[in-house]
Design a protein around this ligand. Structure first.
Ligand SMILES: Nc1nc2c(c(=O)[nH]1)N[C@H]1C(S)=C(S)[C@@H](COP(=O)(O)O)O[C@H]1N2
Ligand SMILES: [Mo]
Length: 898
C-alpha cells in the first residue's frame, strides 16, 4: 500500500523538532542474501516492503445516536457496530471490513472499548496536557505533552491491541456472562508512536520494594477514574515494548483511542493500555482501582454470577487477573452467510483469517481441519510484523523504528489455505486453531467464565449444502445481531456444551427445547386506525390530557387519572413519552387488557423511532439538586454496599448524587428500579419502597427478597437475581416517585391527591409487603406530636421470615399506647409467643375493629377521625383480606392497597 502519512502543520513542526535529534538512517539493508531469500515475500527492491497504514478518512459527522450522549461532540465511523446500546461507545468493525483493511487498521475502524464518556481535549490544549510519575520513586516527575516530545526519544512500532472480551458472544450463547457480546473483531493493529515506558520510569528512579506501575486515565467513571496496573519489571524491560503513545498510524491519536496520550501494553489484553493517561503511580501492590479488580479477570468456571457478587474474595485474587493474551485465531473468509456457487466453481477456495499469541509469543502454526479435528493441515502464515524487523533502523511517523533486535511478536498474523472446492462440498464445517512458540494451542472446548473473557476455542464455521450453493455460517454475530450456527443449534435443542458443538453424538437424544409460549394480551382497541405523530403526542405531555406510548400504540390516560391504582402521578410522569418498559414490567394481564379502552391510535414509524431514540440516552449526570428522584427520567445510582439479612434477603445501599441529597420520596410512595440485562439489554423493572427514612441523606437502602429458582418457578425472580449478582460499584437506575397514597403527617393523608384526615391506621402486611408499611409507621411514630394510632398485623411463615422485626420492635418500644404490633405465624416454633395462623377472618374480627379509632361520625368538626386500613402483601392475601373487611362492615374507601 502506498499511502503517505500527512501530518498536520503542528505535527510537522513537532516531527521536525524530534527528528533533528535522531541518528541518521543506516544503509538500507543489512540482511545477507541468504536471509533475504527466506523472506516470505522476496522483493526485488532492496527496501523492505513494510505495510503502511490503509487509506483513512477521518469521520466528520456526529452520528445521530451520539447526539444525546456526553460524546455528542465526537464524529465516528458509521460502519462500527455498537455493542452496548448507544453509550458508552463500545464497538467493532464488521469482521470482513476489519480483515480487508490489512495488517494495519485505520483509526476509524479500530475497535473501541470505552467504560464511559470520552474526555474532550482540544488541539490547543494538547501541548500543556500534564501527566505525573509518582508514588515510590526518588524523583517524582510532572511532565507536559510538549516535554514528552522534546525530552524523550520517540519510537514507532506496530502493535496489535485485543480486548479480553474478543469472541465473547460465543460464551454468551452458551450461557450468559456478565459482559456484552463482542464478535471476533475486538482486535486491531496500528503503528503506535511514543516514548518507551522504561525510559520515563528510569528517570523517575523507582525505589526499592516498588513492584507495580499503576496507571490512571482522565475518564471519570461511577467508581473513579479508569485505572489498572502492570508489573514494574515488565515496564522497565525494553523487550516488553511498553510505551506511552501519542500517535496512531502517523496521526495524532483519535479521541476514542486516548487522545492525546495513552499507554500501549503490547502482548497483553487491551484493558491494560490506559487511554487519556494522567497518572503513573509506582507501588508495592497491584492497583486497587475498581476497574482493575472487577474487570479483566477469568474467574474459575464454576463461579456463578451470584457467587461472584456475594463473595468479593474471587475478585481480589490476583491469580485470576489476566495479563498476557491467550493464543487465538478466527476465520474471516469464508465470511458469515457467504455463498459459494458450485455450478462451474473455481477449483480452489482460499480460506483466510487472523491469529495472535500472548505476551509476545509468536504464532508458529495455524491448522485447519475439515473433519472435526480428526486431522489437521498447515495453513500459510504471513507475519507482516517481520518486515518491520527487517526494515532496519528507520524513521517512521515521527519516531524511530528499530525492531531488528526485538524477538517478541506483538502483532497479529494472517493465515490462508487453499481448499479444494470438491472437498468443501463434502464436509460440514471448517475449523481453525493456532499454536504459539510455547506450544500453547487453542482448546477444542470453551472455558466459560463469569466475565466471558479470553474466549479462544477452535473457531468453527459450518457449511450448509443448499442445491448449487455452499452457504457458510460463523459461530455468532456481534452484539444482538441474530445469526450464526451457535444460536441455530441451541434453538434446535442442541447442547452447545456437549463437547461436540451441540451436535448429536451417536444416538444421543436431543433435549426438547423448552419454549415458553407467552400469551399475548390484546392492548389495542378494535377499529382504532388513527395515525399519530410525535408532535401531536408531545402536545399531550401535561396533566390535563396525558397521552403516552406503549409498544408503539398511543393511549389517552385522561379517563383513568382518578381510578389508576398506581396513582395519577405515574400517568402524568409518562405523559408524552414512551413508557413501554415500565408499563409492561409493572402491570398485570388484567391491567393490560383494560388498555383497549384507552387506545386512541398508532404512532407513525418515524415518530416511534425518534421517540425510542429519545429514551436511548441512559446517562444522567449527577445533579446538584436537593432531591434525587425525577418522575420523568431514569437516574443512575451506584451500588455502595450490600448486607445479607438472611439466606434470601439483602439490604442494598445505593448512593445518591451527593452527600446531602435526599431521595425525594413522599412517605408511603414507591420508586421504580431498573436494571439492564448486560447481554440482551432487556430492561428489568420493579417497584420498591426503601427502608431507609425518606430524610436519609446521600443514600437509599432497599430491602429485597431474592427469589431463587425453584422446581415450580424455574426462572426465579429476574430482577432480584440480577441485583443479587451485581458487584458493588455497578449502577442501577431509579425513577419515581409512584403511588397513589401519601402520608403527610398528623393523620393527614392524600389519596390520589385528595386529602383526608384519619385518627389511626390498621396496617396489614405479609412478607416483604412490610416495606411501605414500615415507611408510614415510622413517620407516624417518630413524630412525638403526632397522635395518630396504629395497629400493625404482620403475617409470615416462620419467625425468621419476619423482615425488619428488630427495627419494628425498636420503633414500637416505649410507644405502646399509640401502637400495637401483632405478628402471626403459620409455622411457628414451639417457643413462639405471638399469634398463630393466617391473616384471616377470626384474627381480623378480633384485631381489626372499625371502632379502633374514632370514626368520622364521632369526630368533631375539623378534627381528625376515622380509621384507614393500609394493606400490602401477595395478591391472594390482599384479595382475601378485602373480602373479610368488607364483610366486617368496612367501607371500600377506607381500604388502601399498595
Ligand atoms: N482511560 C481508559 N482507558 C482504557 C479503557 C477505558 O475505558 N478508559 N478501556 C480499556 C480497554 S478494556 C480496552 S480493550 C482498550 C481499548 O482501546 P481502544 O478503545 O483504543 O481500542 O482500552 C483500555 N483503556
Ligand atoms: Mo478490554
Amino acid at each position: 500500500m502506498s499511502t503517505t502519512i500527512a501530518p498536520t502543520q503542528e505535527e510537522t513542526k513537532q516531527l521536525r523538532r524530534v527528528s533533528a535529534d535522531l541518528p541518521p538512517t543506516p544503509p538500507e539493508s543489512e540482511h545477507s542474501d541468504n536471509e533475504k531469500a527466506e523472506l516470505e515475500n522476496p522483493s526485488p527492491v532492496v527496501e523492505v516492503d513494510i505495510a503502511l497504514p490503509p487509506p483513512s478518512t477521518p469521520p466528520t459527522q456526529v452520528l445521530e445516536p451520539d447526539k444525546k450522549t456526553p460524546d455528542s461532540w465526537l464524529p465516528r465511523d458509521p460502519r462500527l457496530i455498537r455493542l452496548t446500546g448507544v453509550h458508552p461507545f463500545n464497538s467493532e468493525a464488521p469482521l470482513s471490513d476489519l480483515y480487508s483493511e490489512g495488517f494495519l487498521t485505520s483509526p476509524e475502524l479500530f475497535y473501541v472499548r470505552n467504560h464511559g464518556h470520552v474526555p474532550e481535549v482540544k488541539d490547543e490544549e494538547i501541548p500543556d496536557w500534564e501527566f505525573t510519575i509518582e508514588g515510590m520513586v526518588e524523583h517524582p516527575i510532572k511532565l507536559t505533552f510538549r516535554g514528552l516530545l522534546e525530552q524523550y526519544e520517540q519510537k514507532t512500532y506496530p502493535i496489535t491491541l485485543v480486548c479480553a472480551g474478543n469472541r465473547r458472544k460465543e460464551q454468551n450463547v452458551v450461557k450468559k456472562t456478565k459482559g456484552f457480546s463482542w464478535g471476533a473483531a475486538g482486535v486491531s493493529t496500528a503503528l503506535f508512536t511514543g516514548v518507551q515506558l522504561g525510559d520515563l520510569l528510569r528517570k523517575a528512579k523507582p525505589k526499592r520494594g516498588a513492584r507495580y506501575v499503576c496507571m490512571e486515565g482522565a475518564d471519570k467513571l461511577p467508581n473513579g477514574y479508569y485505572g489498572t496496573s502492570v508489573k514494574l519489571n515488565w515496564a522497565l524491560d525494553p523487550n516488553r515494548g511498553m510505551m506511552l503513545a501519542h500517535r496512531m498510524n502517523g496521526e495524532m491519536l483519535r479521541p476514542d483511542h486516548g487522545k492525546p496520550l495513552r499507554a500501549v501494553i503490547p502482548g497483553q489484553i487491551g484493558g491494560r493500555s490506559v487511554k487519556w493517561l494522567k497518572r503513573l503511580i509506582i507501588t508495592a501492590e497491584p492497583s486497587d482501582n475498581w476497574y482493575h479488580i472487577y474487570d479483566n479477570r477469568v474467574l474459575p468456571t464454576m463461579i456463578s454470577p451470584e457467587e461472584s457478587a456475594n463473595n468479593p474474595k474471587w475478585w481480589v485474587d490476583e491469580r485470576y487477573a489476566i495479563y498476557d493474551l491467550s493464543t487465538n485465531s478466527a476465520i474471516a473468509y469464508p465470511a458469515h452467510e457467504e455463498k459459494l456457487c458450485l455450478a462451474d466453481p473455481p477449483p480452489e477456495y482460499r480460506a483466510k483469517g487472523y491469529a495472535y499469541g500472548g505476551g509476545g509469543r509468536r504464532i508458529t502454526r495455524v491448522e485447519i481441519s475439515l473433519d472435526k479435528g480428526k486431522s489437521w493441515r498447515l495453513a500459510n502464515i504471513d507475519y507482516a510484523e517481520d518486515r518491520y524487523r527487517e526494515a532496519g533502523l528507520k524513521q517512521l511517523c515521527g519516531g524511530t523504528l528499530d525492531m531488528e533486535e526485538r524477538e517478541a511478536s506483538f502483532c497479529w498474523c494472517f493465515w490462508n489455505l487453499d481448499l479444494a472446492v470438491s472437498e468443501l462440498s463434502t464436509v460440514d464445517d471448517i475449523f481453525v486453531r493456532a499454536m504459539d512458540e510455547s506450544m500453547n494451542v487453542q482448546p477444542r472446548d470453551m472455558y466459560w467464565s463469569v466475565l466471558g473473557m479470553m474466549n479462544n476455542p477452535w473457531y468453527r464455521i459450518t457449511i450448509a449444502h443448499e442445491g448449487d450453493y455452499l452457504r457458510f455460517e460463523h459461530p455468532t454475530q456481534p452484539a444482538l445481531i441474530p445469526g450464526g450456527w451457535m444460536e441455530r443449534v441451541k434453538k434446535a435443542g442442541g447442547n452447545l456444551a456437549n463437547g461436540y458443538w451441540g451436535e448429536k453424538i451417536g444416538g444421543e437424544e436431543t433435549s426438547e427445547s423448552v419454549v415458553e409460549v407467552a400469551r399475548e394480551v390484546v392492548m389495542v382497541g378494535e377499529g382504532v386506525k388513527n395515525i399519530i405523530t410525535i408532535d401531536e403526542l408531545r402536545q399531550h405531555d401535561k396533566e390535563d390530557a396525558p397521552w403516552f406510548v406503549v409498544n408503539g400504540e398511543v393511549y389517552d390516560g385522561t379517563p383513568f387519572i382518578e381510578g389508576h391504582p398506581g396513582g395519577a402521578t405515574s400517568i402524568f410522569s409518562a405523559a408524552g413519552l414512551d413508557s413501554t418498559d415500565e408499563f409492561m414490567a409493572i402491570h398485570s394481564d388484567t391491567a393490560k387488557s383494560m388498555m383497549q379502552t384507552y387506545h386512541i391510535g398508532t404512532l407513525d414509524t418515524a415518530s416511534l423511532a425518534a421517540l425510542t431514540n429519545d429514551d436511548a440516552s441512559p446517562t444522567t449526570t449527577p445533579t446538584e439538586t436537593p432531591t434525587f428522584l425525577s418522575p420523568r427520567t431514569w437516574k443512575k445510582s451506584l451500588l455502595k454496599s450490600k448486607r445479607t439479612i438472611s439466606s434470601d434477603t439483602r439490604i442494598f445501599t445505593f448512593a445518591l448524587d451527593h452527600r446531602t441529597q435526599t431521595l425525594g420520596l413522599p412517605v408511603g410512595q414507591h420508586l421504580m428500579l431498573r436494571l439492564r440485562d448486560p447481554v440482551s439489554r432487556e430492561a428489568i423493572i420493579r417497584s420498591y419502597t426503601p427502608i431507609s427514612p425518606v430524610t436519609a441523606e446521600g443514600h437509599v437502602d432497599i430491602l429485597i427478597k431474592v427469589y431463587f429458582p425453584t422446581a415450580s418457578q424455574q426462572q426465579g425472580g429476574k430482577l432480584s437475581l440480577a441485583l443479587d449478582s451485581l458487584p458493588l460499584g455497578h449502577t442501577v437506575e431509579f425513577k419515581g416517585p409512584i403511588g397513589k397514597f401519601e402520608y403527610l403527617g398528623f393523620g393527614r393523608c392524600a389519596v390520589n391527591g385528595r386529602e383526608r384526615c384519619v385518627g389511626g391506621f390498621v396496617m396489614i402486611c405479609a412478607g416483604s409487603g412490610v416495606t411501605p408499611i414500615y415507611q408510614v409507621l415510622r413517620s407516624v411514630l417518630q413524630n412525638k406530636e403526632d397522635a395518630t394510632g396504629c395497629v400493625l398485623i404482620n403475617g409470615n411463615r416462620k419467625e425468621e421470615d419476619i423482615l425488619c422485626k428488630a427495627e419494628l420492635d425498636a420503633l414500637v418500644l416505649g410507644r405502646e399506647e399509640r401502637c400495637k404490633a401483632l405478628y402471626t405465624l403459620t409455622r411457628p416454633s414451639a417457643a413462639w409467643r405471638g399469634l398463630h395462623g393466617r391473616i384471616a377472618g377470626p384474627l381480623l374480627t378480633e384485631h381489626c375493629s372499625r371502632d379502633a379509632f374514632p370514626t368520622p361520625a364521632d369526630a368533631e368538626e375539623g378534627r381528625k377521625g376515622g380509621t384507614m386500613v393500609l394493606i400490602c402483601g401477595p395478591a391472594a392475601l390482599e384479595k382475601s383480606v378485602k373480602k373479610e373487611l368488607l364483610s366486617l362492615g368496612w367501607a371500600e374507601e377506607d381500604l388502601l392497597f399498595f
